[in-house]
Design a protein around this ligand. Structure first.
Ligand code: PLP
Length: 403
């Protein structure tokens, strides 16, 4: 039962990144590519460098690369660590596993805390492992803030407290690639040494920009560490940034977009942006529960505001189901990555998004469950609507009043 062989109207890009790019950002990028060493560019350069600091909540440097997020990971490692150094990482899911593999290729020795892909970083475990490391062999704790493969958000603030409680000097390096600009984050306030991010998730931009927000301690480490690097070197870029330029050709048109995206986030107010995402996430979870399906994330303190990973009922393939959503309703949902391939699908609810886009998304999910004959109960869309209108709260208040 295909709706129509032609897809009309807007495609629903409901993967958890790349996310939908606002028209305002697209228009801002529709500009001539200018001389990246000229005065007009310098103005743009200064604006995006300063503006980015507001999003990371830092007064320290933010290095912007023409790169994917993975490039920014590599940059974080080669600027701070030396081959043979030991680091502590946590298996929160696919992205943490990829980051580990990248670190090992850079000859970093990784102590990898095993995980079940349904929980975030356990701060107590970090504290215990650091407390055992009396010689301070561990040079960095490297964790993923929002694990995009599982829909689990770790409590970075508590990881910081765990490091401090163990009185350990390790650097704290955080991948907030899919958290930044959608989920509360405070680089300076949480004492993060390097925050790694990129453009195509919460920042609502096309792919192509990578970021390292860098603390003074990380900058100091970068002056003495022993990894070979050139393209990723912070110092060359920061030196050029002083005059609003880069050490090599930056992604000029993406920087126009970045300026606009930052303006949009600040106009709305970061706290409002964070609250909006939590609301989408609560409505989506209500839908999943009403369908009788299971959320991959098991700890309510760790529910991701930007995506929900849904466990497919036994005997049904998530990728087959995703094909049905794409063929019938022109909607892309996120696939299960790595260990959970075929077992989960992911609903992205981030970035340039609103209540009706969420309702369209959830209606598409529910209709496709029907078309694909995946066992479920009706009423997910209704349950989500009640969360968005506040009716669920009214109903439960009424129930309490009666009881
Ligand atoms: C998307 C993502 C990455 C990878 O970013 P690329 O731009 O594809 O290199 C890494 N970590 C997390 C948490 C992500 O969501």
């Amino acid at each position: 039962m295909s709706n129509t062989p032609f897809h009309t109207g807007r495609h629903f890009l409901q993967i958890p990144g790349p996310s939908n790019v606002p028209d305002r950002v697209l228009r801002a990028m529709d500009m001539p590519t200018i001389d990246h060493r000229g005065p007009e560019f310098a103005q743009l350069g200064f604006e995006v460098i300063e503006g980015s600091k507001k999003i990371f909540k830092t007064r320290n440097p933010v290095v912007i690369y023409p790169s994917s997020g993975t490039g920014a990971w590599e940059a974080a490692i080669v600027n701070t660590l030396s081959p043979g150094d030991k680091v502590l990482m946590v298996e929160t899911g696919h992205f943490a596993t990829l980051w580990r593999a990248l670190a090992e290729r850079m000859k970093i020795e990784v102590e990898f805390v095993p995980g079940d892909w349904r929980h975030g970083v356990d701060p107590a475990e970090i504290e215990a492992r650091l407390a055992r490391d009396k010689q301070h062999a561990i040079k960095a704790v490297m964790v993923v803030h929002n694990e995009t493969s599982t829909g689990v958000t770790s409590r970075i603030h508590e990881v910081r407290k765990a490091i401090d409680a163990a009185k350990h000097p390790a650097l704290l390096m955080v991948d907030s690639i899919s958290g930044l600009g959608s989920i509360e984050y405070d680089h300076d306030g949480w004492g993060v040494d390097v925050t790694v991010s990129c453009s195509q998730k919460g920042l609502m931009l096309p792919p192509g920009l990578g970021f390292n927000a860098v603390s003074e301690k990380a900058l100091a480490a970068s002056k003495t560490n022993g990894s070979v690097r050139s393209y990723w070197d912070w110092h060359e870029i920061l030196a050029a940034n002083k005059s609003g330029s880069w050490a090599y050709t930056p992604a000029t048109n993406l920087l126009y977009g970045l300026k606009e995206a930052i303006a949009m986030l600040l106009e709305e107010g970061l706290d409002n942006v964070f609250a909006r995402h939590k609301r989408y996430s609560a409505a989506t979870r209500a839908a999943v529960a009403a369908w009788g399906l299971e959320n991959l994330c098991l700890d309510p303190r760790e529910y991701s505001p930007i995506l929900t990973a849904v466990v497919m009922p036994e005997g049904h393939d998530a990728d087959q189901y995703r094909k049905v959503t794409l063929d019938n309703f022109d909607m892309s949902l996120g696939s299960g990555l790595g260990k959970v391939k075929g077992k989960v699908f992911r609903i992205g609810h981030l970035g340039h998004f609103n209540d009706l886009m969420l309702m369209g998304t959830l209606a598409g999910v529910e209709m496709a469950l029907d078309v694909a004959r995946v066992p479920h109960r009706k009423g997910g869309v209704m349950a989500a609507m009640e969360v968005l209108t506040g009716r669920d709260a009214v109903t439960s208040q009424a129930k309490t009043a009666v009881a």
